[in-house]
Ligand binder design. Structure first.
Ligand SMILES: *[C@@H]1O[C@H](CO)[C@@H](O)[C@H](O)[C@H]1NC(C)=O
Length: 272
């Protein structure tokens, strides 16, 4: 069965690092990382960390939402795969001391984000500046109707093992992407179908379900508040051709729909 069963968070994470991280001032400090202060759509300011790995040809981005959720995004240019991960903290006042991890895997398309070698060269003159994306890209809604088997995940992207370790039972994908990956030779044992939320007309949104044990259609939304989405080119009399002279920044929001066997796996989905 590929559907995620409710499970306690790993003891290690529940007791230690994540709680500590919640109070930490800054995100992980790693060389070659660019840390920018960004303004979120609700006006609050958070810190975002961007890292490029030219050898692996990948970019990763991490930011913490004001509610404590840690959102990360990985672009794997070698496999044309992007991975979103959310570590959602339980609400302490509701007695939820654990966190829940979700991973969403989908195709990375060209021109969604700048190349990793350009990202690796990115510097900022004023680290205190609060940045706001120049371009707001439209909301993308993704209907996740398959799961990825964590132990087979490396066949899809070598990053999956690190990024989604916490979400081993909750890695979601879309049939339309899976078809493309199968065509490219990814083994079919990586994927499993979920019960179809769209065809089950009876299946209600989790926000409308009272019984925590009932299956429902869960929704999770996240935003990449600021990321370099395009290279800017300049012209100069001294140069024969346009040359790279900066980046354009974007903000984009994603909304993921997926089946959960029990509403209690989707406790954040309470808005009507
Ligand atoms: C994941 O794949 C492994 C190896 O093929 C298999 O043994 C395991 O049962 C699969 N897990 C699930 C949840 O389907």
């Amino acid at each position: 069965a590929a559907v995620p069963a409710p499970r306690p968070a790993p003891a290690r994470a529940a007791a230690g690092p994540l709680r500590a991280e919640r109070c930490a001032v800054s995100l992980r400090q790693v060389p070659e990382e660019l840390r920018v202060r960004v303004r979120l759509p609700d006006g609050l300011v958070t810190e975002e960390s961007l890292q490029a790995d030219s050898d692996a040809d990948s970019i990763s981005l991490e930011l913490r939402k004001p509610d404590g959720t840690l959102v990360s995004f990985t672009a794997d240019f070698k496999k044309d795969v992007k991975i979103f991960r959310a570590l959602i903290l339980g609400e302490l006042e509701k007695g939820q001391s654990q966190f829940q991890a979700l991973c969403f895997v989908t195709q990375l398309h060209h021109n969604e984000i700048i190349p990793s070698e350009a990202m690796a060269k990115l510097r900022q003159k004023n680290p205190r500046a609060v940045r706001q994306a120049e371009e707001v890209r439209g909301l993308e809604q993704l209907h996740m109707d398959m799961t990825v088997n964590f132990s087979q995940g490396a066949l899809l992207s070598p990053h999956l093992h690190n990024v989604c370790a916490e979400a081993a039972d909750a890695i979601y994908a879309r049939q339309e992407d899976v078809r493309v990956w199968l065509d490219r030779g990814v083994d079919s044992s990586v994927f499993e179908a979920l019960p179809k939320t769209s065809e089950q007309a009876e299946l209600p949104r989790c926000s409308q379900v009272g019984d925590p044990g009932k299956p429902c259609a869960c929704r999770y939304g996240l935003s990449l508040a600021w990321y370099p989405c395009m290279l800017k080119y300049c012209h100069s009399r001294d140069r024969p051709a346009p040359y790279k002279c900066g980046i354009r920044s974007c903000r984009k929001t994603y909304s993921f729909d997926f089946y959960v066997p029990q509403k209690q796996l989707c406790l954040w989905d309470e808005d009507p």
